[in-house]
Design a protein around this ligand. Sequence first.
Ligand code: ADP
Ligand code: MG
Length: 327
Amino acid sequence: DHLANQIAAGEVVERPASVLKELIENAVDADSSRIDVSAEEGGLNSLRVADNGTGIQSDDLLLAFQRHATSKIATGKDLFQISTLGFRGEALPSIAAVAKVKCVSATDDSGLGRVVEIEGGTLLANRDTNAPKGTEMIVKDLFYNTPARLKYMKTIQTELGHLSDVVYRQALARPDIAFTFSHNGNVLLRTPGNGDLRQVVAAIYGTSSAKAMIEVREDNPDYSIIGLTAMPIETRANRNAVTVLVNGRYVRSQAVVQPLMQAYHTLLPLHRYPLTVLDLRMHPTLVDVNVHPAKLEVRFSKENELRSFVESAVKKALGSEAYIPSG
Ligand code: ADP
Ligand code: MG
C-alpha cells in the first residue's frame, strides 16, 4: 500500500502547485467561506491551507489519508455526474507519502478536534487536540524522501508562479469564498468573498483592468454563462489571460477559448488574448471531467452548441457596451 501511494504520488503530486490544488479543492468541497493559503520557498519548504469548512470527524481523520477509503464515487455512473471537485480519494495518501503532513480538524465550535501527523507514509500521531472548526493542512519538506523528484523542481520563483496560478483560478472560480495567499510572509492576494467577480479580478489583475472589463451574461436551457472580458485595451500574448471555469472548476478548453476569439476576431490583433474570465454552468451530464488525470481537460457532449452559445454571448457583450477608451 505504501508503494501504491508512492506510485500514485507520482501522478497526483508533480510539484508544490499540484499539492496546493488538491488541498484547496478539498477546502472548497468542505463548504468553506474562508480559505487561507500560505507557502514558504515556493511551497517546497511548507504549504499551509486553513479553512473554516465542515471539518473531518475525529474517527475519519486517519481514514482520509488511506487510499480510496473515502472515494466519493459509489458507482461507475457517478463518474458522469461529478459535482464536487475531488472524487478519487487519492490526493491525501499520495501527498502524505512524499512529505511531512500535519492535519488538524474539528467539525464544530466546541474547541475540540483531532490532529494526525504522517511523515513519508508513516503515522506519527493521531490524537485529540484543541482546534477551531474547520481544517488546517500543513505540508512540509515536499519530496524530502524522493530526491529524484526534488531534482526536477525549478526555481522558487517558478514554483511560486505555479502556486499563484492555482490560487488565482480558485479565487476566480469562487468569488463567494474569501481567499488569502501569502508567500514567505508577504500577502500576495486577498479577496473579499462577497460573491463579486469583479472585485476578485481587481485583486488579481489590478483595479483599472477590472473597471475596464465588460460583463458577459447569457442563458439558454442547456447553458448559462457569466463573465467579464476586456475590450482590446487589455490583452496579453499569453493564453493565461483567459480563465475558463466550468461548473466551478478551472479547465483548459479550446471549445470555449476559440469561440471567444472568434467573437473578438475583428477587434484583436493575431495572438493577443483579451483578459477574460468565463464562468459556464451546465448540467453535469453535458460535461465529462474525467478525461484527464489532472482534471484540467474536459469533454462536452454537445460541443458545437456550446461553441455557438459562447460566441454569441461574447458578441452580444461586445456589441451592447459602448467602448470607452481609458486614459
Ligand atoms: P477526494 O477529495 O478525492 O475525496 P482526498 O484525498 O483529497 O480525496 O481527501 C480525502 C477526504 O478527506 C475527502 O473526501 C474529505 O472527506 C476529507 N477532507 C480532505 N480535506 C478536507 C477539508 N479541508 N475539509 C473537510 N474534509 C476534508
Ligand atoms: Mg480531494
